[in-house]
Every structure is written in structure tokens, then in C-alpha cells.
Design a protein around this ligand. Structure first.
Ligand SMILES: *[C@@H]1O[C@H](CO)[C@@H](O)[C@H](O)[C@H]1NC(C)=O
Ligand SMILES: *[C@@H]1O[C@H](CO)[C@@H](O)[C@H](O)[C@H]1NC(C)=O
Length: 189
């Protein structure tokens, strides 16, 4: 291959590589997989302490995302420790998920929908000031008085950022105590 041909194909070849890899990662996933003939839209699990974290690249509003998670027996992601937050972030990066879709960030379970400034997890528990957190600089800022749902924000190294709940984003669900040796056996084989 000439240098020119190589340069010309670089973008396409990287794209092809990523999509192939993503599809391969989906092979054999049946129980929770969302049908798509071209690209699989669910990735994982990341398994931490009997909890399975799954990333879904099909975009949804925060509410739809939370409903999608609960229809599968889980909730949106609770990033309640450095370990979990870091492992999910590393997974998104290592699987090149940002290259599959146009993405500003991924929905998490944290929100202040009920009461401005009081951040809660999907089970209703409050994020207290002494709890683990990783807000992006100057966040949360409730910009235009319309940001009640928290994403992990790609451009800020996946730090936390309040965003508009009706925006459609990929999202992370978690499922607890699924069984199997690691407590994370999502799929019957
Ligand atoms: C998730 O939410 C989207 C957007 O509302 C919807 O189109 C899709 O069918 C849902 N997926 C599942 C598995 O519930
Ligand atoms: C974080 O959440 C997971 C699952 O929701 C739970 O199992 C774990 O005990 C929590 N960890 C902390 C530090 O609260």
C-alpha cells in the first residue's frame, strides 16, 4: 500500500476495526441483548462486588434510560466509589464506545429532579457531601435552570456534570446479585 492509499483509508479502517470489535464483543450475548443487525448496542459487564455494570449505546432521555434499566431488573448507574467510577470509565475507553456514536456523555442514576440541589440515586438515597463524588469543574451548575440529570462527561474526562434530562444519551445500567461465581452472570449460556 502506498502512503497515500494508507492515509486515505486510515479513517475508514479505524472505523471498520472498531465496529468489528464491538460486534465480536456482542457475540453470544442473548439474554439482555437488544436486537440490531448491524452494531450491538450493549457492552459489558463490568463486574464489581456482585454488581454488573452495562453500557448501552442506543441513546435515550434520562427517564427512558432509567425505565430501560428497570425493565431489565436494574437501575441507572450508581457511581458510589472511586473503584466503580474508574472501572466503568476505563471500560468505555478500552472498548472505544465513544467512537461508535456521537456522544457528549453517558447518563448515570444521579439526579436532582425532585428537589433542586439535592442529588439522589435511583433508590431515593441522597448523595451526601461526605460521599464519593467526582464533579467536573464548576459543576453542577444547573445551566439555564434546566439541568437535573447527571452524565459522565466525555470532554471532562468522564467527570460528573448535570445535563438536561430530555437530551438523548447513551447510558449505564447496573444489576445487582445476578448470580454465578462472580455475582455478575448476565447471560445464560
Ligand atoms: C429504551 O429507550 C428507548 C428510547 O425511548 C426505546 O426506543 C427503546 O425501545 C428502549 N429499549 C428497551 C430495551 O426498553
Ligand atoms: C455502591 O453501590 C453498590 C450497588 O448499588 C453497592 O453494592 C455498594 O455497597 C455501594 N458501595 C458503597 C460504598 O456505598
Amino acid at each position: 500500500m502506498t502512503i497515500d492509499a494508507f492515509t486515505a483509508c486510515l479513517g475508514f479502517c479505524i472505523f471498520t476495526l472498531v465496529v468489528t470489535r464491538a460486534s465480536a464483543d456482542c457475540a453470544g450475548l442473548t439474554k439482555r441483548s437488544i436486537d440490531d443487525p448491524v452494531v450491538c448496542h450493549e457492552f459489558g459487564p463490568v463486574c464489581v462486588d456482585n454488581t454488573a455494570y452495562m453500557v448501552y449505546t442506543r441513546k435515550a432521555s434520562w427517564l427512558d434510560a432509567e425505565q430501560n434499566c428497570s425493565s431489565l431488573g436494574g437501575t441507572l448507574y450508581v457511581m458510589n466509589s472511586t473503584k466503580v467510577d474508574k472501572m466503568v470509565r476505563k471500560f468505555i475507553i478500552s472498548e472505544y464506545l465513544d467512537d461508535l456514536i456521537v456522544v457528549t456523555g453517558y447518563w448515570t442514576g444521579l439526579n436532582d429532579i425532585d428537589e433542586e440541589g439535592v442529588y439522589r440515586w435511583p433508590d431515593g438515597s441522597v448523595l451526601e457531601s461526605e460521599d464519593y463524588s467526582r464533579w467536573a469543574r464548576n459543576q453542577p451548575n444547573n445551566r439555564k435552570n434546566s439541568q437535573d440529570c447527571v452524565q459522565i462527561w466525555k470532554d471532562a474526562g468522564y467527570k460528573w456534570d448535570d445535563a438536561t434530562c430530555t437530551k438523548r444519551k447513551p447510558y449505564v445500567c447496573e444489576y445487582q446479585n445476578l448470580g454465578g461465581p462472580d455475582g455478575c452472570s448476565l447471560y445464560s449460556s
